[in-house]
Ligand binder design. Structure first.
Ligand code: HEC
Ligand code: HEC
Ligand code: HEC
Ligand code: HEC
Length: 184
């Protein structure tokens, strides 16, 4: 084989490898699954009953809140006209996954669930796949594809002065109200 054609072959192989790599990276991108999927694994009493704790929290009622008279008052403060429960300006903080550009949230998410698990822990499709593999006995690192360390800055994406009902945000006190971890 001539040297130049060998180089050509190497270049083609490198390109193929590169395309395959990029392909597998994008196949790895997580999607929303919706928090109905989390309940079966994350509601154990010795681990803080994550699902029940969320369900009882104000986050679970965040969309319902937009259908109240108080919401109409809040809308006035922000100069939002029309139904607050369909207003992009409100939904960006009151509904997980809402995208103001497309005026929609992914179909996997039930709008009435308001602010769900994945608002804080990130898109969980790869994590739920990992869990299935683990149950089949495969060795998987369960923390690899889910965000565990949810910190103050994550909360402040919504708990900030753009909220028409902003109350100074005290992370420690707020965290105590939604805490769903194993006793430490
Ligand atoms: C089929 C079971 C299963 C499902 C479904 C599942 N998980 Fe998990 N998850 C696990 C297991 C197992 C762990 C390892 C820790 C443990 O045993 O609690 C874990 C760990 C986690 C952790 C902590 C990671 C760490 O580093 O400790 C978070 C956060 C989490 N899951 C969130 C979610 C969310 C949000 C959903 C739903 C969108 C979900 N999980 C769905 C089984 C599951
Ligand atoms: C995606 C937006 C969003 C994120 C992220 C978020 N919150 Fe919230 N939070 C809300 C909304 C909206 C409400 C109001 C819900 C209602 O009253 O209907 C709320 C309400 C609360 C409340 C109830 C307030 C009260 O008056 O009792 C607590 C506590 C709270 N959040 C804690 C937290 C903590 C702690 C974090 C971070 C770990 C966090 N939130 C992250 C949107 C968010
Ligand atoms: C920047 C994020 C954000 C935006 C935008 C936002 N909210 Fe909220 N909303 C929150 C948070 C966070 C809370 C919880 C209050 C707190 O503890 O600060 C809340 C609470 C509320 C409450 C309950 C008030 C109370 O005192 O318990 C109502 C009603 C409400 N929002 C309506 C609306 C309406 C209507 C819109 C749109 C016009 C809107 N919000 C836009 C984040 C937001
Ligand atoms: C408002 C934000 C928020 C929401 C919504 C939320 N979490 Fe969390 N979650 C946290 C924070 C903060 C921690 C503690 C992180 C740490 O310890 O570093 C946590 C911890 C966890 C852990 C680890 C528990 C342990 O024992 O260490 C699991 C599992 C988990 N959450 C699952 C869920 C599930 C399932 C849902 C929905 C049903 C949910 N979370 C909803 C903020 C949230």
């Amino acid at each position: 084989m001539k040297r130049s054609s060998l180089c050509g072959l190497v270049a083609v192989l490198a390109l193929v490898a590169c395309v395959a790599l990029v392909g597998s990276v994008s196949a790895q991108e997580a999607k929303y699954v919706g928090n109905a999927k989390c309940k079966v694994c994350h509601n154990k009493a010795d681990k803080g009953k994550a699902w029940d704790t969320w369900k009882a929290s104000k986050h679970a009622g965040a969309l319902a809140t937009l259908k109240t008279d108080a919401a109409k008052e809040s809308a006035k403060k922000m100069g939002v006209t029309g139904d607050p429960s369909t207003a992009p300006q409100c939904l960006e903080c009151h509904q997980t996954g809402y995208d103001a550009a497309t005026k929609a949230a992914p179909a996997e998410l039930v709008a009435d669930d308001g602010v769900q698990c994945e608002s804080c822990h990130g898109k969980a499709s790869i994590h739920t796949e990992d869990a299935k593999k683990k149950m089949k006995g495969e060795a998987v690192e369960m923390g690899a594809h889910i965000k565990k360390a949810v910190v103050e800055a994550d909360c402040k994406k919504c708990h900030n002065e753009k909220s028409p009902n902003y109350k100074p945000f005290d992370f420690k006190a707020a965290y105590e109200k939604i805490k769903h971890s194993a006793a430490k």
